[in-house]
Write a protein that binds this ligand. Structure first.
Ligand SMILES: [Zn+2]
Length: 136
């Protein structure tokens, strides 16, 4: 690609011309503000929050059952309790995505969401990766 101002050949993906310093992005600001991080954050919080409520309901249900069924093994509680952790991480990551604060935390939140709800999790992960430039 060549600089539109001075005609000097420029390296691929460079934002400014090495010869004259002109912007090579066509006058557009380098950081495009889109709504991808907002969408990712909403999915993280909504799906993560929903899975938290579901899992808490499951724990309460199992607790009630355990009152009736005396010899119910404790490990049955471990699955919903363990799944609460990625749910919390997903909600925290969603808050960071909404505020465009820390991309890594938002990314971890989306990955954690896949563990609790796969389809919204994958959608949130794709959106978070695409929204990389929106974060500080
Ligand atoms: Zn130039």
């Amino acid at each position: 690609m060549f600089c539109s101002k001075c005609g000097k050949e420029t390296t691929e993906n460079s934002a400014f011309c090495a010869g004259c310093g002109a912007s090579l992005t066509g006058g557009q600001p380098p950081k495009k503000k889109t709504q991808l991080s907002l969408a990712a954050g909403i999915i993280d919080i909504a799906a993560g929050g929903f899975s938290l409520l579901t899992l808490l309901g499951m724990v309460v249900f199992l607790f009630i059952i355990s009152g009736v069924e005396e010899d119910m093994p404790f490990f049955i509680f471990l699955f919903p309790l363990a799944m609460l952790i990625p749910g919390v991480i997903a909600v925290v990551g969603g808050v960071f995505a909404l505020r465009r604060r820390n991309w890594i935390v938002a990314l971890i939140g989306s990955i954690a969401l896949i563990l609790t709800s796969s389809i919204p999790g994958v959608a949130a992960l794709v959106l978070t990766v695409m929204a990389r430039d929106e974060f500080e």
